[in-house]
Design a protein around this ligand. Structure first.
Ligand SMILES: *Cc1c(COP(=O)(O)O)cnc(C)c1O
Length: 414
């Protein structure tokens, strides 16, 4: 990186922009021969940055985000990560953030002010809703939730004079509806409204929002990019036209990323295509197996016909990841508890995108207002990890066995 080039952020190279995705994943952002030939960028621990002369100080302060000027504004370590994600997202720039939620908050604050209005997908990650209902409401920004499967025509009717942002998350949290992103982005462009999408599920590998007309694509890098359940990180990707708006906002709010964390995020990114291919394959195998189980009412996975927006998934995505949900047939709470408490490989916990499998009961009823959500049986969200799928199936099968044997006097919960 720029370690030996006067502390200037290297512009994304045309070369890396022309590479295919897996080549970008492997090389974008790295510059070994600026760093003694060492493959990975150095981890710069920095607060104070020294200037040799007043002239140098004045020069660099004119473009503080393009030079190493202070620890908080960015270092060659964060630049390397940002450059790699920007290349993958087919964006010009990306900004690393200390968590996925910080990326969401930073992007929203960048384009909103008191008195403005946001159109928010009803299936947004729950803390995104809380941000709208609490922090944004507190400063006079109002939110209308819309059905993720809305047509652009119907969505247009919800636009007000003060609507500044249309926010998407596709597929939706827990219920996995895939949105008609190009149609919504085209509507927003026509009406001069900024679009922001949470692209965490697909990762920058399987869906390219900017190619479909979206302005801002953000990720909880905590999930697949980091990939090892050990770092919180977010990233916001955009074209040059939006860079200063977002960077000034998040810099003004004091956001910056830790050097070791951003190094680990970049290290995770390097192997993401190999990991995602396996997450994808195992999730599809589990989804297929679950669909045939008598305990299961329905599997919600964008790659399965019948999941709302499946046609948009087939049209716009190049792959699917490891996270999906399953709705069980009605059973008692003690049956569900017996199943979940005894899992050997599926861990119960929040977050996802690491190498390990997870299972968690989801309650989405209270987080849907535009389009009420109700199921007769309980819903579970699964993350297919990198274990052998046969072992995962055996773990689920034993879980269903516990579920069935907890029903007094019956052999199957059909
Ligand atoms: C986890 C998650 C986030 C938040 O990321 P953190 O790094 O946990 O703050 C945002 N969006 C989606 C879709 C997520 O799954």
């Amino acid at each position: 990186m720029a370690s030996s080039s006067g502390g200037k952020r290297p512009a994304g190279t045309d070369k890396s922009r022309a590479w295919r995705d897996r080549t970008k994943l492997t090389h974008a952002g790295n510059s070994p021969f600026d760093n003694h030939g060492i493959v990975n960028p150095p981890v710069y621990h920095a607060s104070t940055v020294l200037y040799r002369t007043v002239e140098e100080l004045r020069f660099k302060e004119k473009a503080p985000f393009e030079h190493v000027t202070y620890g908080r504004t960015g270092t060659p370590t964060s630049w390397a990560f940002e450059e790699a994600v920007a290349a993958l997202e087919e964006a010009d720039r990306a900004i690393a953030m200390p968590s996925g939620l910080a990326a969401i908050a930073g992007a929203l604050y960048a384009f909103l002010k008191s008195g403005d209005h946001v159109l928010m997908t009803d299936t947004a990650y729950f803390p995104t809703r809380k941000l709208c209902d609490n922090q944004l409401a507190k400063i006079g920004i109002s939110t209308t939730y819309y059905d993720p499967m809305v047509t652009a025509e119907a969505l247009e009717k919800l636009i007000r004079d003060n609507t500044r942002v249309i926010y998407l998350e596709s597929p939706g949290s827990h219920t996995f509806e895939v949105q008609d992103v190009p149609a919504i982005a085209a509507l927003a462009r026509r009406r001069g409204i900024v679009t922001i999408i949470d692209n965490t599920w697909a990762s920058p590998l399987y869906f390219k929002p900017l190619k479909h007309g979206v302005d801002i694509s953000l990720h909880a890098a905590t999930k697949y990019i980091v990939g090892h359940s050990d770092v919180m990180m977010g990233i916001i990707a955009m074209k040059d036209a939006h860079f200063m708006t977002v960077k000034n906002q998040v810099h003004g709010m004091g956001y910056s990323v830790g050097p070791d964390d951003v190094y680990l995020a970049l290290r995770g990114l390097r192997t993401m295509s190999a990991r995602l291919a396996q997450h994808q394959q195992t999730a599809l195998r589990l989804a297929d197996w679950l669909q045939k189980r008598p305990e299961v009412e329905r599997v919600l996975h964008p790659a399965l016909p019948g999941t709302p927006g499946h046609e948009f998934f087939k049209r716009d995505f190049t792959g699917s990841s490891g996270l999906f949900s399953v709705i069980l047939k009605p059973c008692s709470d003690s049956q569900l508890t017996a199943m979940l408490d005894g899992m050997q490989l599926f861990g119960m916990g929040y977050s996802w995108g690491g190498y390990e499998s997870l299972i968690i009961p989801s309650k989405v009823e209270q987080s849907r207002t535009a389009k009420p959500w109700k199921t007769d049986g309980p819903m579970l969200r699964l993350h297919a990890g990198l274990e052998d799928p046969d072992d995962l199936i055996a773990d689920l099968e034993a879980g269903f066995q516990r579920l069935r044997s907890n029903l007094p006097g019956e052999s199957a919960a059909e």
